[in-house]
Design a protein around this ligand. Sequence first.
Ligand code: PEP
Ligand code: MG
Length: 596
Amino acid sequence: MQREFKGIGVSPGIAIGSAYIAGGLREEVPEYEIADPEAELHRLGVARDATRADLERLYRRTEAELGRQHAEILNAHLMLLDDVTIVEELEKRVRTKRRNSEALVMELTRENVELLEGSEDPMLRERRDDILDVSDRIIRHLMNDERAALRDLEDPVVVVGSSIPPSEMVSVNLKSVLGLALDHGGATSHTALLARALGVPAVMGLEELGNHVAEGVTLIVDGGAGLVIAEPDAATIARYRSIREAQESDRRRFRRTCGEGPCKTRDGVPIEAMANVALPIEVTPDLRHVAEGIGLYRTEFLFLNRGTLPSEEEQYEAYRQAVEAMDGMPVTIRTMDIGGDKFITALGRPREENPQLGWRALRFCLARPEIFKTQLRAVLRASSHGPVRMMFPMVSGLSELREARAVLDEVRAEFDRKGAPYDRDMPVGIMIEIPSAVAIADMLARECDFFSIGTNDLIQYTLAVDRGNEDVANLYQPAHPAVLRMIRDAAAAAERADIPCEVCGEMASAARYTELLLGLGVRGLSMSAFALPRVRTLISRTTLKDARALAARALETALPEDIEAEAKERADRLLAEDADSDAPFAMEDRHAAPAP
Ligand code: PEP
Ligand code: MG
Protein backbone atom coordinates (compact mmCIF):
# COMPACT_ATOMS: atom_id res chain seq x y z
CA MET A 1 0.00 0.00 0.00
CA GLN A 2 1.26 3.45 -0.90
CA ARG A 3 2.70 5.41 2.06
CA GLU A 4 4.17 8.92 2.30
CA PHE A 5 6.98 10.06 4.57
CA LYS A 6 7.74 13.74 5.07
CA GLY A 7 11.31 14.87 5.76
CA ILE A 8 13.62 17.74 4.90
CA GLY A 9 14.41 18.18 1.22
CA VAL A 10 18.15 18.77 1.14
CA SER A 11 18.97 18.12 -2.52
CA PRO A 12 16.39 18.76 -5.28
CA GLY A 13 15.30 16.40 -8.06
CA ILE A 14 13.28 13.20 -8.30
CA ALA A 15 14.58 9.65 -7.98
CA ILE A 16 12.51 6.51 -8.56
CA GLY A 17 14.05 3.16 -7.70
CA SER A 18 14.10 0.21 -5.37
CA ALA A 19 15.18 0.61 -1.77
CA TYR A 20 18.62 -0.52 -0.70
CA ILE A 21 18.94 -0.62 3.06
CA ALA A 22 22.42 0.65 3.82
CA GLY A 23 24.06 -1.00 6.77
CA GLY A 24 24.32 1.44 9.61
CA LEU A 25 25.46 0.16 12.93
CA ARG A 26 24.26 -3.40 13.41
CA GLU A 27 21.54 -3.93 15.96
CA GLU A 28 23.15 -7.20 17.05
CA VAL A 29 26.63 -8.65 17.15
CA PRO A 30 27.64 -11.99 18.63
CA GLU A 31 28.65 -11.80 22.26
CA TYR A 32 30.82 -14.35 24.06
CA GLU A 33 33.44 -14.74 26.75
CA ILE A 34 37.06 -14.92 25.82
CA ALA A 35 39.76 -16.92 27.53
CA ASP A 36 42.83 -15.03 26.35
CA PRO A 37 42.61 -11.21 26.48
CA GLU A 38 46.01 -10.77 24.82
CA ALA A 39 44.95 -12.85 21.82
CA GLU A 40 41.70 -10.89 21.64
CA LEU A 41 43.61 -7.60 21.75
CA HIS A 42 45.72 -8.87 18.87
CA ARG A 43 42.54 -9.65 16.89
CA LEU A 44 41.23 -6.16 17.63
CA GLY A 45 44.57 -4.64 16.58
CA VAL A 46 44.43 -6.48 13.24
CA ALA A 47 40.88 -5.16 12.60
CA ARG A 48 41.95 -1.61 13.49
CA ASP A 49 44.95 -1.89 11.14
CA ALA A 50 42.71 -3.13 8.34
CA THR A 51 40.30 -0.26 9.00
CA ARG A 52 43.21 2.21 8.92
CA ALA A 53 44.36 0.78 5.60
CA ASP A 54 40.80 1.15 4.20
CA LEU A 55 40.54 4.75 5.34
CA GLU A 56 43.98 5.65 4.01
CA ARG A 57 43.15 4.09 0.65
CA LEU A 58 39.88 5.98 0.60
CA TYR A 59 41.73 9.20 1.53
CA ARG A 60 44.08 8.86 -1.41
CA ARG A 61 41.30 8.05 -3.84
CA THR A 62 39.07 10.86 -2.60
CA GLU A 63 41.93 13.35 -2.75
CA ALA A 64 42.62 12.36 -6.35
CA GLU A 65 38.95 12.35 -7.43
CA LEU A 66 37.35 15.11 -5.38
CA GLY A 67 40.21 17.13 -3.91
CA ARG A 68 41.89 17.49 -0.56
CA GLN A 69 38.96 19.24 1.10
CA HIS A 70 36.73 16.17 0.90
CA ALA A 71 39.59 13.84 1.71
CA GLU A 72 40.02 15.67 5.03
CA ILE A 73 36.77 14.07 6.21
CA LEU A 74 38.68 10.77 6.19
CA ASN A 75 41.42 12.34 8.28
CA ALA A 76 38.85 13.07 10.98
CA HIS A 77 37.92 9.37 10.83
CA LEU A 78 41.54 8.31 11.12
CA MET A 79 41.92 10.53 14.18
CA LEU A 80 38.89 8.87 15.77
CA LEU A 81 40.34 5.44 15.03
CA ASP A 82 43.50 6.39 16.90
CA ASP A 83 41.84 8.42 19.65
CA VAL A 84 43.89 7.47 22.71
CA THR A 85 40.99 7.69 25.17
CA ILE A 86 38.82 5.39 23.06
CA VAL A 87 41.62 2.91 22.35
CA GLU A 88 42.69 2.74 26.01
CA GLU A 89 39.11 2.32 27.19
CA LEU A 90 38.57 -0.54 24.73
CA GLU A 91 41.76 -2.29 25.81
CA LYS A 92 40.77 -1.91 29.45
CA ARG A 93 37.34 -3.43 28.79
CA VAL A 94 38.80 -6.40 26.88
CA ARG A 95 41.07 -7.15 29.86
CA THR A 96 38.54 -6.59 32.63
CA LYS A 97 35.28 -7.73 31.05
CA ARG A 98 36.82 -10.61 29.07
CA ARG A 99 34.30 -10.32 26.27
CA ASN A 100 34.78 -10.36 22.52
CA SER A 101 35.84 -7.17 20.72
CA GLU A 102 32.73 -6.83 18.52
CA ALA A 103 30.51 -6.63 21.60
CA LEU A 104 32.80 -4.16 23.36
CA VAL A 105 33.22 -1.90 20.31
CA MET A 106 29.43 -1.89 19.98
CA GLU A 107 28.96 -1.12 23.69
CA LEU A 108 31.40 1.80 23.72
CA THR A 109 30.03 3.19 20.44
CA ARG A 110 26.49 3.17 21.83
CA GLU A 111 27.64 5.07 24.92
CA ASN A 112 29.43 7.71 22.84
CA VAL A 113 26.57 8.06 20.38
CA GLU A 114 24.08 8.51 23.22
CA LEU A 115 26.21 11.32 24.63
CA LEU A 116 26.33 13.09 21.25
CA GLU A 117 22.62 12.60 20.58
CA GLY A 118 21.88 14.29 23.90
CA SER A 119 23.74 17.38 22.72
CA GLU A 120 21.72 20.36 21.58
CA ASP A 121 24.38 21.32 19.08
CA PRO A 122 23.35 20.03 15.62
CA MET A 123 26.96 19.85 14.47
CA LEU A 124 27.93 17.71 17.46
CA ARG A 125 24.99 15.44 16.74
CA GLU A 126 26.30 15.08 13.21
CA ARG A 127 29.65 13.87 14.61
CA ARG A 128 27.83 10.72 15.67
CA ASP A 129 27.84 9.67 12.00
CA ASP A 130 31.64 9.66 12.00
CA ILE A 131 31.79 7.51 15.14
CA LEU A 132 29.23 5.06 13.74
CA ASP A 133 31.15 4.86 10.48
CA VAL A 134 34.51 4.07 12.10
CA SER A 135 33.10 1.53 14.54
CA ASP A 136 31.08 -0.17 11.80
CA ARG A 137 34.22 -0.55 9.73
CA ILE A 138 36.08 -2.14 12.67
CA ILE A 139 33.18 -4.52 13.41
CA ARG A 140 32.96 -5.45 9.74
CA HIS A 141 36.63 -6.47 9.78
CA LEU A 142 36.25 -8.34 13.06
CA MET A 143 33.35 -10.32 11.60
CA ASN A 144 34.81 -10.67 8.12
CA ASP A 145 31.55 -9.13 6.90
CA GLU A 146 32.00 -7.46 3.56
CA ARG A 147 28.64 -5.83 2.92
CA ALA A 148 28.87 -3.85 -0.29
CA ALA A 149 30.02 -0.30 0.17
CA LEU A 150 27.96 2.25 -1.75
CA ARG A 151 30.74 2.62 -4.26
CA ASP A 152 30.51 -1.06 -5.11
CA LEU A 153 26.76 -1.16 -5.77
CA GLU A 154 25.98 -2.26 -9.28
CA ASP A 155 22.21 -1.94 -9.68
CA PRO A 156 20.61 1.48 -9.48
CA VAL A 157 18.96 1.96 -6.07
CA VAL A 158 17.57 4.51 -3.65
CA VAL A 159 19.67 4.29 -0.52
CA VAL A 160 17.70 4.10 2.73
CA GLY A 161 19.40 4.24 6.07
CA SER A 162 19.87 5.95 9.33
CA SER A 163 22.62 8.11 7.86
CA ILE A 164 25.31 7.91 5.22
CA PRO A 165 28.66 8.89 6.57
CA PRO A 166 30.44 11.57 4.56
CA SER A 167 33.31 9.12 4.02
CA GLU A 168 30.96 6.87 2.03
CA MET A 169 29.20 9.74 0.32
CA VAL A 170 32.43 11.05 -1.17
CA SER A 171 32.91 7.74 -2.90
CA VAL A 172 29.41 6.77 -4.05
CA ASN A 173 28.98 5.28 -7.46
CA LEU A 174 26.77 7.92 -9.06
CA LYS A 175 25.46 5.50 -11.66
CA SER A 176 23.98 3.30 -8.93
CA VAL A 177 22.92 5.74 -6.24
CA LEU A 178 19.78 7.39 -7.65
CA GLY A 179 18.68 9.09 -4.47
CA LEU A 180 18.97 9.16 -0.69
CA ALA A 181 16.24 8.76 1.93
CA LEU A 182 17.83 9.05 5.36
CA ASP A 183 16.55 9.15 8.91
CA HIS A 184 19.11 11.61 10.20
CA GLY A 185 20.85 14.73 8.98
CA GLY A 186 19.88 18.20 7.97
CA ALA A 187 20.70 20.70 5.28
CA THR A 188 23.97 21.66 6.99
CA SER A 189 25.35 18.13 7.21
CA HIS A 190 28.32 17.41 5.03
CA THR A 191 26.48 14.52 3.41
CA ALA A 192 23.67 16.92 2.36
CA LEU A 193 26.16 19.33 0.86
CA LEU A 194 27.81 16.52 -1.04
CA ALA A 195 24.45 15.24 -2.32
CA ARG A 196 23.67 18.72 -3.63
CA ALA A 197 27.07 19.15 -5.20
CA LEU A 198 26.86 15.71 -6.81
CA GLY A 199 23.26 16.24 -8.00
CA VAL A 200 21.78 13.29 -6.05
CA PRO A 201 18.15 13.97 -4.96
CA ALA A 202 17.99 13.59 -1.19
CA VAL A 203 15.55 13.78 1.69
CA MET A 204 16.79 13.62 5.29
CA GLY A 205 15.27 13.77 8.77
CA LEU A 206 12.80 11.00 7.88
CA GLU A 207 12.90 9.44 11.36
CA GLU A 208 12.85 5.65 11.16
CA LEU A 209 11.95 5.27 7.48
CA GLY A 210 14.31 2.31 7.58
CA ASN A 211 11.94 0.52 9.98
CA HIS A 212 8.96 0.96 7.64
CA VAL A 213 10.31 -0.13 4.28
CA ALA A 214 11.85 -3.40 3.25
CA GLU A 215 14.75 -3.84 0.86
CA GLY A 216 13.61 -3.91 -2.74
CA VAL A 217 10.34 -1.94 -2.42
CA THR A 218 9.86 0.88 -4.88
CA LEU A 219 10.54 4.36 -3.54
CA ILE A 220 10.06 7.83 -4.96
CA VAL A 221 12.34 10.54 -3.52
CA ASP A 222 11.20 14.10 -4.20
CA GLY A 223 14.21 16.12 -3.00
CA GLY A 224 12.57 19.49 -3.75
CA ALA A 225 9.44 18.77 -1.73
CA GLY A 226 11.17 16.74 1.02
CA LEU A 227 8.88 13.77 0.40
CA VAL A 228 9.44 10.01 0.10
CA ILE A 229 6.69 7.73 -1.22
CA ALA A 230 6.97 3.99 -0.55
CA GLU A 231 5.24 1.40 -2.73
CA PRO A 232 3.67 4.03 -4.99
CA ASP A 233 0.77 2.89 -7.16
CA ALA A 234 1.07 2.94 -10.93
CA ALA A 235 -0.68 6.31 -11.27
CA THR A 236 1.70 7.96 -8.75
CA ILE A 237 4.76 6.54 -10.49
CA ALA A 238 3.43 7.83 -13.81
CA ARG A 239 2.78 11.27 -12.28
CA TYR A 240 6.30 11.53 -10.81
CA ARG A 241 7.85 10.29 -14.03
CA SER A 242 6.12 13.09 -15.84
CA ILE A 243 7.16 15.65 -13.19
CA ARG A 244 10.71 14.40 -13.55
CA GLU A 245 10.53 14.69 -17.31
CA ALA A 246 9.05 18.15 -16.95
CA GLN A 247 11.87 19.17 -14.62
CA GLU A 248 14.41 17.82 -17.04
CA SER A 249 12.82 19.46 -20.03
CA ASP A 250 12.50 22.72 -18.06
CA ARG A 251 16.14 22.50 -17.23
CA ARG A 252 17.03 22.04 -20.90
CA ARG A 253 14.57 24.74 -21.95
CA PHE A 254 15.85 27.29 -19.44
CA ARG A 255 19.41 26.40 -20.34
CA ARG A 256 18.50 27.40 -23.93
CA THR A 257 16.42 30.47 -23.03
CA CYS A 258 18.67 31.95 -20.36
CA GLY A 259 21.25 33.15 -22.84
CA GLU A 260 24.94 33.54 -22.13
CA GLY A 261 27.06 36.47 -21.05
CA PRO A 262 25.69 39.56 -19.30
CA CYS A 263 22.12 39.17 -18.14
CA LYS A 264 19.55 41.95 -18.75
CA THR A 265 15.89 42.64 -18.10
CA ARG A 266 13.53 42.86 -21.09
CA ASP A 267 13.98 46.65 -20.98
CA GLY A 268 17.76 46.36 -21.00
CA VAL A 269 18.74 46.90 -17.34
CA PRO A 270 21.87 44.83 -16.56
CA ILE A 271 21.44 42.43 -13.62
CA GLU A 272 24.51 40.49 -12.60
CA ALA A 273 23.69 36.79 -12.30
CA MET A 274 26.29 34.95 -10.25
CA ALA A 275 26.83 31.59 -8.58
CA ASN A 276 27.11 30.54 -4.94
CA VAL A 277 29.76 27.93 -4.28
CA ALA A 278 30.60 25.95 -1.17
CA LEU A 279 32.64 23.06 -2.55
CA PRO A 280 35.47 23.22 -5.06
CA ILE A 281 33.74 20.57 -7.23
CA GLU A 282 30.89 23.01 -7.78
CA VAL A 283 33.18 25.20 -9.88
CA THR A 284 32.44 23.28 -13.08
CA PRO A 285 33.47 24.34 -16.59
CA ASP A 286 29.80 25.05 -17.39
CA LEU A 287 29.57 27.66 -14.64
CA ARG A 288 31.27 30.26 -16.83
CA HIS A 289 28.44 29.95 -19.35
CA VAL A 290 25.53 30.57 -16.99
CA ALA A 291 27.16 32.81 -14.38
CA GLU A 292 28.94 36.12 -14.63
CA GLY A 293 31.13 35.23 -11.70
CA ILE A 294 30.99 33.71 -8.23
CA GLY A 295 28.98 36.02 -5.99
CA LEU A 296 29.53 33.98 -2.82
CA TYR A 297 32.31 31.50 -2.10
CA ARG A 298 31.46 30.08 1.34
CA THR A 299 34.96 29.34 2.59
CA GLU A 300 33.95 27.86 5.95
CA PHE A 301 33.36 24.48 4.33
CA LEU A 302 37.13 24.19 3.98
CA PHE A 303 37.22 24.19 7.78
CA LEU A 304 34.50 21.61 8.58
CA ASN A 305 34.82 17.93 9.42
CA ARG A 306 38.53 17.90 10.15
CA GLY A 307 40.88 17.79 13.07
CA THR A 308 43.19 20.66 12.07
CA LEU A 309 42.71 24.06 10.46
CA PRO A 310 43.56 24.33 6.76
CA SER A 311 46.95 25.93 6.13
CA GLU A 312 47.46 29.14 4.16
CA GLU A 313 48.78 27.04 1.29
CA GLU A 314 45.75 24.75 1.22
CA GLN A 315 43.34 27.71 1.30
CA TYR A 316 45.32 29.54 -1.37
CA GLU A 317 45.17 26.45 -3.63
CA ALA A 318 41.38 26.20 -3.26
CA TYR A 319 40.83 29.92 -4.00
CA ARG A 320 43.34 29.98 -6.85
CA GLN A 321 41.64 27.00 -8.52
CA ALA A 322 38.29 28.83 -8.45
CA VAL A 323 39.84 32.06 -9.76
CA GLU A 324 41.58 30.24 -12.59
CA ALA A 325 38.49 28.20 -13.47
CA MET A 326 36.38 31.35 -13.74
CA ASP A 327 38.99 32.74 -16.14
CA GLY A 328 38.62 36.50 -15.76
CA MET A 329 35.20 36.54 -14.06
CA PRO A 330 35.07 37.89 -10.49
CA VAL A 331 35.21 35.46 -7.56
CA THR A 332 33.77 36.80 -4.30
CA ILE A 333 35.55 35.10 -1.44
CA ARG A 334 33.70 35.47 1.83
CA THR A 335 35.94 35.22 4.87
CA MET A 336 34.97 32.32 7.11
CA ASP A 337 31.52 32.37 8.61
CA ILE A 338 32.04 29.75 11.26
CA GLY A 339 29.97 29.47 14.41
CA GLY A 340 26.19 29.58 14.41
CA ASP A 341 25.23 26.18 13.02
CA LYS A 342 28.64 25.55 11.45
CA PHE A 343 30.65 23.76 14.08
CA ILE A 344 34.39 23.55 13.58
CA THR A 345 35.90 20.45 15.18
CA ALA A 346 39.46 21.72 14.87
CA LEU A 347 38.82 24.64 17.24
CA GLY A 348 37.53 22.45 20.04
CA ARG A 349 35.21 25.27 21.10
CA PRO A 350 32.67 24.78 23.84
CA ARG A 351 29.00 24.95 22.90
CA GLU A 352 27.41 28.37 23.18
CA GLU A 353 24.01 28.95 24.78
CA ASN A 354 22.83 30.96 21.80
CA PRO A 355 25.21 30.32 18.90
CA GLN A 356 23.27 32.30 16.27
CA LEU A 357 23.80 35.40 18.40
CA GLY A 358 27.22 34.37 19.54
CA TRP A 359 30.84 34.18 18.58
CA ARG A 360 30.25 33.88 14.85
CA ALA A 361 31.93 34.89 11.59
CA LEU A 362 33.71 38.26 11.72
CA ARG A 363 33.38 38.41 15.53
CA PHE A 364 35.39 35.22 15.77
CA CYS A 365 37.92 36.35 13.14
CA LEU A 366 38.61 39.66 14.89
CA ALA A 367 39.17 37.83 18.17
CA ARG A 368 41.55 35.32 16.53
CA PRO A 369 43.61 37.55 14.21
CA GLU A 370 46.19 34.87 13.43
CA ILE A 371 43.54 32.54 11.99
CA PHE A 372 41.96 35.50 10.19
CA LYS A 373 45.29 36.72 8.77
CA THR A 374 46.11 33.25 7.43
CA GLN A 375 42.91 33.38 5.41
CA LEU A 376 43.46 36.98 4.28
CA ARG A 377 46.95 36.08 3.05
CA ALA A 378 45.53 33.16 1.06
CA VAL A 379 42.86 35.39 -0.50
CA LEU A 380 45.37 38.14 -1.35
CA ARG A 381 47.67 35.60 -2.99
CA ALA A 382 44.75 34.26 -5.05
CA SER A 383 43.95 37.83 -6.15
CA SER A 384 47.14 37.88 -8.21
CA HIS A 385 45.62 35.20 -10.51
CA GLY A 386 42.43 37.02 -11.54
CA PRO A 387 39.64 39.26 -10.26
CA VAL A 388 38.86 38.55 -6.61
CA ARG A 389 36.45 40.42 -4.33
CA MET A 390 36.70 40.00 -0.58
CA MET A 391 33.57 39.98 1.55
CA PHE A 392 33.12 40.12 5.33
CA PRO A 393 30.09 38.30 6.85
CA MET A 394 27.96 39.32 9.85
CA VAL A 395 28.98 42.97 10.06
CA SER A 396 26.82 44.57 12.76
CA GLY A 397 28.53 47.96 13.10
CA LEU A 398 31.05 50.31 11.57
CA SER A 399 33.81 49.54 14.07
CA GLU A 400 33.86 45.87 12.98
CA LEU A 401 34.24 46.87 9.35
CA ARG A 402 37.05 49.28 10.26
CA GLU A 403 38.80 46.66 12.40
CA ALA A 404 38.57 44.07 9.64
CA ARG A 405 39.93 46.54 7.11
CA ALA A 406 42.79 47.40 9.51
CA VAL A 407 43.78 43.71 9.74
CA LEU A 408 43.63 43.52 5.94
CA ASP A 409 45.85 46.63 5.73
CA GLU A 410 48.41 44.95 8.01
CA VAL A 411 48.51 41.92 5.72
CA ARG A 412 48.79 44.14 2.65
CA ALA A 413 51.72 46.00 4.28
CA GLU A 414 53.37 42.61 4.89
CA PHE A 415 52.95 41.74 1.19
CA ASP A 416 54.34 45.17 0.17
CA ARG A 417 57.39 44.68 2.37
CA LYS A 418 58.05 41.29 0.77
CA GLY A 419 57.14 42.52 -2.70
CA ALA A 420 54.56 39.70 -2.95
CA PRO A 421 52.04 40.14 -5.78
CA TYR A 422 48.34 40.86 -5.08
CA ASP A 423 45.57 42.97 -6.55
CA ARG A 424 45.78 46.42 -4.96
CA ASP A 425 42.33 47.32 -6.31
CA MET A 426 40.59 44.23 -4.92
CA PRO A 427 37.06 45.36 -3.94
CA VAL A 428 36.17 44.81 -0.29
CA GLY A 429 32.47 44.39 0.45
CA ILE A 430 30.23 43.32 3.29
CA MET A 431 27.24 41.07 3.81
CA ILE A 432 24.12 42.87 4.91
CA GLU A 433 22.47 40.26 7.11
CA ILE A 434 21.89 41.91 10.47
CA PRO A 435 19.15 44.53 10.92
CA SER A 436 21.62 46.97 12.56
CA ALA A 437 23.66 46.96 9.33
CA VAL A 438 20.55 48.00 7.40
CA ALA A 439 19.86 50.81 9.85
CA ILE A 440 23.35 52.25 9.33
CA ALA A 441 23.73 51.17 5.70
CA ASP A 442 24.56 54.76 4.68
CA MET A 443 27.58 54.80 7.04
CA LEU A 444 28.75 51.34 5.97
CA ALA A 445 28.33 52.13 2.26
CA ARG A 446 30.81 54.99 2.54
CA GLU A 447 33.51 52.60 3.74
CA CYS A 448 33.16 49.55 1.51
CA ASP A 449 32.94 48.71 -2.18
CA PHE A 450 29.77 46.61 -2.38
CA PHE A 451 26.87 45.16 -0.40
CA SER A 452 25.62 41.60 -0.66
CA ILE A 453 22.40 40.96 1.25
CA GLY A 454 22.37 37.62 3.08
CA THR A 455 18.64 37.05 3.24
CA ASN A 456 18.98 33.72 5.07
CA ASP A 457 20.25 35.50 8.14
CA LEU A 458 18.53 38.82 7.54
CA ILE A 459 15.14 37.06 7.69
CA GLN A 460 16.17 35.10 10.79
CA TYR A 461 17.36 38.19 12.67
CA THR A 462 14.62 40.54 11.48
CA LEU A 463 11.77 38.19 12.33
CA ALA A 464 13.50 36.50 15.29
CA VAL A 465 12.95 33.09 13.67
CA ASP A 466 15.69 30.46 13.86
CA ARG A 467 16.43 29.56 10.24
CA GLY A 468 17.00 25.89 11.09
CA ASN A 469 14.08 25.25 13.46
CA GLU A 470 11.22 23.30 11.85
CA ASP A 471 8.79 24.31 14.61
CA VAL A 472 8.88 27.98 13.58
CA ALA A 473 9.41 27.42 9.85
CA ASN A 474 5.95 28.85 9.10
CA LEU A 475 7.13 32.20 10.48
CA TYR A 476 10.23 32.27 8.29
CA GLN A 477 8.71 34.54 5.64
CA PRO A 478 10.92 36.06 2.94
CA ALA A 479 8.02 38.21 1.66
CA HIS A 480 7.30 39.72 5.08
CA PRO A 481 7.05 43.49 4.50
CA ALA A 482 9.61 44.08 7.27
CA VAL A 483 12.14 42.00 5.33
CA LEU A 484 11.27 43.66 2.02
CA ARG A 485 11.65 47.13 3.56
CA MET A 486 15.08 46.14 4.91
CA ILE A 487 16.15 45.05 1.42
CA ARG A 488 14.78 48.27 -0.09
CA ASP A 489 16.63 50.42 2.46
CA ALA A 490 19.95 48.62 2.00
CA ALA A 491 19.68 48.90 -1.80
CA ALA A 492 18.79 52.59 -1.57
CA ALA A 493 21.78 53.33 0.66
CA ALA A 494 24.05 51.49 -1.78
CA GLU A 495 22.64 53.45 -4.71
CA ARG A 496 23.19 56.79 -2.95
CA ALA A 497 26.82 55.80 -2.27
CA ASP A 498 27.17 54.53 -5.84
CA ILE A 499 28.16 50.99 -4.88
CA PRO A 500 26.54 47.74 -6.15
CA CYS A 501 23.94 45.95 -4.05
CA GLU A 502 23.45 42.21 -4.59
CA VAL A 503 21.57 39.40 -2.87
CA CYS A 504 23.31 36.08 -2.16
CA GLY A 505 20.84 34.43 0.26
CA GLU A 506 18.49 31.65 -0.88
CA MET A 507 15.86 34.23 -1.91
CA ALA A 508 18.02 34.84 -4.98
CA SER A 509 17.63 31.17 -6.04
CA ALA A 510 13.82 31.18 -6.08
CA ALA A 511 12.35 32.63 -9.27
CA ARG A 512 9.22 33.77 -7.43
CA TYR A 513 11.29 36.42 -5.64
CA THR A 514 13.27 37.65 -8.66
CA GLU A 515 10.92 40.46 -9.68
CA LEU A 516 10.48 41.54 -6.07
CA LEU A 517 14.22 41.83 -5.52
CA LEU A 518 14.79 43.78 -8.75
CA GLY A 519 11.88 46.07 -7.91
CA LEU A 520 13.38 46.75 -4.48
CA GLY A 521 16.57 48.03 -6.11
CA VAL A 522 18.83 44.95 -6.14
CA ARG A 523 21.04 44.73 -9.26
CA GLY A 524 22.93 41.49 -8.71
CA LEU A 525 21.74 37.99 -7.72
CA SER A 526 24.00 35.17 -6.61
CA MET A 527 22.47 31.70 -6.31
CA SER A 528 22.95 27.93 -6.48
CA ALA A 529 24.14 26.95 -9.94
CA PHE A 530 21.04 24.81 -10.65
CA ALA A 531 18.80 27.89 -10.22
CA LEU A 532 20.72 30.14 -12.62
CA PRO A 533 19.10 29.17 -15.97
CA ARG A 534 15.58 29.56 -14.55
CA VAL A 535 16.23 32.88 -12.78
CA ARG A 536 18.17 34.31 -15.75
CA THR A 537 15.27 33.41 -18.02
CA LEU A 538 12.85 35.18 -15.71
CA ILE A 539 15.05 38.30 -15.57
CA SER A 540 15.11 38.45 -19.36
CA ARG A 541 11.28 38.33 -19.45
CA THR A 542 10.45 41.07 -16.99
CA THR A 543 10.83 44.83 -17.09
CA LEU A 544 12.04 47.07 -14.30
CA LYS A 545 8.70 48.89 -14.51
CA ASP A 546 6.72 45.71 -13.76
CA ALA A 547 9.18 44.65 -11.09
CA ARG A 548 8.91 48.05 -9.36
CA ALA A 549 5.13 47.96 -9.45
CA LEU A 550 5.10 44.50 -7.82
CA ALA A 551 7.61 45.60 -5.18
CA ALA A 552 5.61 48.75 -4.39
CA ARG A 553 2.50 46.61 -3.79
CA ALA A 554 4.49 44.14 -1.69
CA LEU A 555 5.91 46.85 0.56
CA GLU A 556 2.37 47.80 1.51
CA THR A 557 0.94 44.26 1.76
CA ALA A 558 0.59 43.22 5.36
CA LEU A 559 0.17 39.49 4.75
CA PRO A 560 3.23 37.85 3.18
CA GLU A 561 1.13 34.96 1.83
CA ASP A 562 -0.85 37.36 -0.39
CA ILE A 563 2.25 38.72 -2.07
CA GLU A 564 3.84 35.25 -2.24
CA ALA A 565 0.87 33.99 -4.21
CA GLU A 566 0.92 36.91 -6.64
CA ALA A 567 4.71 36.78 -7.12
CA LYS A 568 4.65 33.02 -7.71
CA GLU A 569 1.79 33.20 -10.16
CA ARG A 570 3.62 35.95 -12.12
CA ALA A 571 6.89 33.97 -12.13
CA ASP A 572 5.16 30.77 -13.29
CA ARG A 573 3.39 32.67 -16.06
CA LEU A 574 6.56 34.39 -17.30
CA LEU A 575 8.51 31.14 -17.21
CA ALA A 576 5.78 29.31 -19.13
CA GLU A 577 5.83 31.90 -21.94
CA ASP A 578 7.55 29.74 -24.51
CA ALA A 579 6.62 26.33 -23.03
CA ASP A 580 4.91 23.86 -25.29
CA SER A 581 1.33 24.14 -24.02
CA ASP A 582 0.84 20.36 -24.09
CA ALA A 583 3.95 19.59 -22.08
CA PRO A 584 3.57 19.27 -18.30
CA PHE A 585 5.10 22.27 -16.58
CA ALA A 586 7.23 21.76 -13.50
CA MET A 587 6.29 24.40 -11.01
CA GLU A 588 8.80 26.56 -9.22
CA ASP A 589 8.38 24.82 -5.86
CA ARG A 590 9.77 21.62 -7.23
CA HIS A 591 13.01 23.41 -7.98
CA ALA A 592 13.11 25.32 -4.75
CA ALA A 593 16.43 25.33 -3.00
CA PRO A 594 16.75 23.30 0.18
CA ALA A 595 15.50 25.17 3.21
CA PRO A 596 18.25 27.52 4.32
C1 PEP B 1 22.84 34.43 4.19
O1 PEP B 1 22.80 34.55 5.42
O2 PEP B 1 21.89 34.72 3.43
C2 PEP B 1 24.05 33.89 3.54
C3 PEP B 1 24.19 33.88 2.24
O3 PEP B 1 25.01 33.37 4.35
P1 PEP B 1 24.91 31.90 5.03
O4 PEP B 1 23.70 31.22 4.48
O5 PEP B 1 26.18 31.21 4.71
O6 PEP B 1 24.77 32.30 6.48
MG1 MG C 1 24.62 34.46 6.57
